[in-house]
Design a protein around this ligand. Structure first.
Ligand code: FRU
Length: 493
């Protein structure tokens, strides 16, 4: 083991003891110490889920990337393992960027990641060259392959930037062939996904450009994932620098899901429809795992690149993952539901039926910052459409986070303006949702410093982090017009 990795492991162990009292999310994975971004190497290995993550242990801002590591049997209770990778070889001395994991026939766990090396240009400026590397291990300790990098400049098709070539997602076919999809772009920053093939996961051959952006959705495409689901083929990507498109895609670095068909013999992806993966503020770089029971489960980084650098470096930790979500495809749309294991955390069921209101109401027992609450809404009288419904949570005299719905426009909005932020960052996002006659279902999951809103049984999700003091745990409801509501609410512990 290198001194750099040994130092990181020693540091995280010591530092963790000093910050263990800090309030944290209860059932969302947050960084052990320092900084966390993308989920990496999400896999099921030797009876446990493994989740690695982009990790800078030494302070709560992005820096030379390591891989943090945690394991879980239910994807809700996590146990940290020592950092798995550190930037410690000639191929990755400036960072071990995102990647994925697969199990080899001999039972070893293989990680494929992006090695970053900073190169000084003739004009004195610096640029990061990116290649794909391998590390193999036992679920705890990993040894970097001496043949690294396994994919580099010579493996790029013509017109590819070697400065933007990253985030390999590896998978295996039924016949044992390894495949890898990696993010890339042209020197003009037109995003694309490259497909590679291998028989041993060490020697790779360029297969084809799986999909080219063609200037449609942002610039460079990061963090691809590619899998079959419910008879369709799904491609997840995280495009950088997007322009907004209606209420579907927003400015900045976003997420997109392409649903289509895959012609396996020619490795041809025929895209059909696309949509945002998450319609809230904080969600990026998702990665999926195929669970032993056949579920396709996705986790994303619950943050936004444009708002994640404003905190003080003294803050002891920064970064958390989204709730793991079970994916399916229905009528050409990606459906996301909170993993069913969350039902094991439920207690204290409170249920109200047919609550009609025309103003602000509060209901006995409806409060909390770690809750699973489902609201089913309709007009009190079908002949009289209401103007607006809102639920406010994480609420006291100073704070609240609001989710509001305007049935006439079918627009759902999340607003975290009063949620503890002292910065002029994005505080609101709006999304078009499906609603007929003012009917809508909202499942709201709160975990101390986040809110995830699942709309209409997973048709859409809006995720946002909040920074509100934990003593603000009130919940209230508001109607402009007459709303009728059913509620089922649980505490989550
Ligand atoms: C996405 C990303 C990846 C890269 C990693 C670096 O959030 O930019 O493309 O591998 O973060 O930390």
């Amino acid at each position: 083991m290198s001194q750099i990795l040994r130092d990181a492991r020693r540091y995280e162990e010591t530092k963790e003891r000093q910050i263990s009292e800090e309030p944290r999310p209860e059932f969302h994975l947050s960084t052990r110490v320092g900084w966390m971004n993308d989920p990496n190497g999400f896999s099921y290995y030797n009876g446990e889920y493994h989740l690695f993550y982009q990790y800078h242990p030494y302070n709560s801002h992005w820096g030379p990337m390591h891989w943090g590591h945690a394991v879980s049997t239910d994807l809700l209770h996590w146990r940290y393992l020592p950092a798995a990778l550190a930037p410690d070889t000639t191929c990755d001395r400036d960072g071990c960027f995102s990647g994925s994991a697969v199990t080899l026939d001999d039972g070893r766990h293989l990680l494929m990641y992006t090695g970053v090396v900073r190169e000084t240009q003739p004009d004195g400026s610096q640029k990061d060259v990116q290649t794909q590397c391998i590390a193999i291990g036992d679920g705890r300790d990993y040894e970097k392959y001496t043949g690294n990098p396994v994919l580099g400049e010579k493996d790029l098709p013509e017109g590819s930037s070697r400065y933007d070539f990253r985030d390999p997602k590896i998978w295996r076919d039924e016949d044992g062939t390894f495949w890898c999809a990696a993010g890339n772009c042209t020197p003009q920053k037109d995003g694309r996904i490259l497909l590679y093939k291998s028989t041993d996961a060490l020697h790779w051959k360029f297969e084809k450009i799986l999909i080219q952006n063609g200037g449609r959705y942002g610039k460079m495409w990061e963090c691809p994932d590619f899998f079959e689901l419910d008879g369709r083929q799904v491609l997840l990507v995280s495009p950088q620098d997007m322009l907004p498109q209606g209420l579907e895609y927003h400015n900045g670095n976003g997420t997109a899901c392409f649903i289509g068909d895959y012609e396996k013999t020619t490795a041809t992806f025929i895209e059909d429809q696309n949509q945002a993966i998450d319609y809230g503020i904080d969600f990026y770089a998702p990665q999926t795992v195929l669970a032993p029971d056949g579920r396709r489960i996705m986790i994303g980084w619950m943050q936004n690149w444009d708002t994640c650098n404003l905190h003080s470096p003294d803050q002891p930790w920064f970064g958390q993952m989204s709730l793991p979500r079970e994916l399916s495809v229905k009528n050409g749309r990606l459906i996301q539901k909170p993993i069913r294991e969350i039902e094991n955390l439920r207690s204290g069921r409170i249920c109200y039926k047919n609550i009609a209101f025309t103003d602000i109401i509060r209901l006995d027992g409806i409060k909390g910052r770690r809750i699973d609450m489902e609201l089913t809404l309709r007009p009190k009288d079908d002949r009289e459409m209401y103007q607006k419904f809102a639920v406010r949570f994480a609420q006291n005299e100073i704070y609240h986070t609001a989710v509001s719905f305007r049935p006439r426009e079918s627009i759902l909005k999340i607003d975290r303006k009063f949620s503890g932020s002292r910065r002029a960052i994005i505080h609101q996002r709006r999304s078009l949702v499906n609603s007929v006659g003012g009917r809508i279902k909202l499942r709201i999951i709160l975990d101390n410093f986040s809110a995830e809103i699942f709309v209409n049984d997973g048709e859409q999700v809006l995720s946002a982090t909040i920074y509100t003091d934990l003593t603000a745990d009130g919940i209230s409801f508001f109607a402009d017009g007459s709303v009728c509501m059913d509620i089922v609410k649980y505490e989550l512990l």
